[in-house]
Design a protein. Structure first.
Length: 419
């Protein structure tokens, strides 16, 4: 079937064609881009809408296998395509942990019918224990795009160095969850004025920054590739900026909540504001925005972490960490970061594709038709009832947001359309 996207404004910083052009899609691929691309069985009227290369999420938790009461691959990817994601990288902290080829194969199998592409990120260490390396070669051959112990830091520096070197032999990298647990201690929110006022144990920013510094030095000294996950502090961004200036092979991401919320939101003791790393202070929010806009932070990743309400509608100290993030990422970026569509395309599509070395993030003839269409100016109030993900845990419920994904196309198939 032929599909035509008509009259939209194409945003395509990695490609050559942009502006008000039509796109024709045949057999899953883009077959023509131009003013007169011919007829199609199905036409999407994109007048007034913005057409992006498909969004890629570098960091999410789909919870399957093992925690399907929180989310599963089908429910998670349905939420992802609603958020405009045509592909998502899922973290390995499932049950069992995705630390063998067998579990990767299982995830691939479950993802076959999913509306979005699913790129598994294999565990770096067996059982996420930080002690023994996984068979990264086998997992790479089944499509793992990177390796990570996300949820846990790799505590031993020697182990981290070995993991980075081993991943590199397969052309892959470690995506690092940076947290020194000995510095974090019993902390449950950011350490600062708010934690003092609220009487809650704090997590020092040093817990994150010390690990970032260590891993940047490893990457720099040994010429290894490194991707730093969910950067949340001004100091962490400064370290990465300095390392990049020295030519260190580092990329990084931050999540929408780190530029849309600060720790004053924890004042209501709403566990939906509990996330790891924690919401930081206003100065950090400012630094995350500046880092995203100046290119120090390469990508916006959701760290979509759905939880059951029984793990969230409880005492802050006992609640699980994480935010259900697929369905608000784009709106939060438009509302709180920038309405520069080229910049958004870089952060949501171009750079994520480059980081995991996928031939996407661009709209061009012959490429896979992974496309996200959005209404940049539409405003709405985000409600719990609107959430498709099984995880309703969002601190942004009730907020007025701007920017809505209207259509998501994966391999030429319209997998999501806003009603
Ligand atoms: Zn993490
Ligand atoms: Zn995560």
């Amino acid at each position: 079937m032929k599909l035509k996207i008509s009259g939209g404004d194409i945003v395509n910083p990695a490609g050559e064609q942009f502006g008000k052009l039509d796109i024709l899609i045949e057999d899953g691929k883009i077959s023509a881009i131009g003013k007169d691309v011919g007829d199609a069985e199905r036409v999407i009227d994109a007048a007034g809408l913005t057409v992006f290369p498909g969004f890629i999420d570098l960091h999410c938790h789909l919870r399957e296998p093992g925690q399907e009461y929180k989310e599963d691959i089908m429910s998670g990817t349905k939420a992802a395509v609603k958020g405009g994601y045509t592909a998502v990288c899922c973290m390995p902290n499932t049950k069992p942990v995705m630390d063998t080829a067998a579990v990767v194969a299982l995830v691939n199998d479950r993802a076959r019918r999913a509306p979005a592409k699913v790129y598994p990120v294999g565990a770096a260490s067996v059982g996420l224990s930080g002690k023994e390396l996984t068979e990264m070669g086998e997992m790479s051959s089944l499509g793992c795009v990177a390796f990570s112990d996300d949820g846990h830091p790799i505590e031993s520096g020697a182990m981290m160095r070995r993991a980075m070197m081993y991943a590199q032999t397969y052309g892959k990298m470690i995506m690092a969850h940076e947290e020194d647990l000995s510095i974090k201690g019993e902390g449950i929110m950011n350490e600062g004025y708010q934690s003092t006022v609220l009487g809650m144990p704090g997590i020092s920013r040093v817990a994150e920054e010390a690990m970032i510094a260590r891993d940047l030095l490893l990457a720099q000294t040994y010429g290894l590739k490194l991707h730093i996950q969910h950067v949340s502090t001004a100091g962490g961004i400064e370290l990465i900026r300095a390392a990049k200036a020295k030519g260190t092979r580092v990329t990084c991401e931050s999540a929408p909540h780190y530029f849309s919320a600060d720790d004053s939101m924890c004042a209501g003791f709403d566990a939906n504001t509990k996330v790891n790393p924690p919401l930081r202070e206003k100065g950090d929010v400012k630094a995350v925005k500046a880092g995203l806009l100046d290119g120090t932070i390469d990508a916006i990743a959701t760290d979509h972490a759905p939880h059951h309400k029984d793990e969230k509608k409880i005492e802050f100290a006992l609640a699980a960490s994480g935010i259900s993030g697929f369905e608000t990422a784009f709106s939060l970026a438009v509302t709180n970061l920038t309405d520069d569509a080229d910049k958004l395309a870089e952060l949501f599509s171009v750079n994520p594709a480059r980081i995991i070395e996928k031939k996407s993030g661009v709209i061009e003839n012959g490429s896979f038709a992974d496309i996200t269409i959005a209404d940049m100016s539409k405003q709405y109030t985000f409600t719990e009832q609107s959430i498709i993900s099984k995880g309703k845990n969002s601190p942004f419920i009730g907020q007025k947001l701007k920017g809505v994904v209207t259509h998501t196309i994966v391999d030429g198939e319209l997998v999501y359309e806003a009603n």
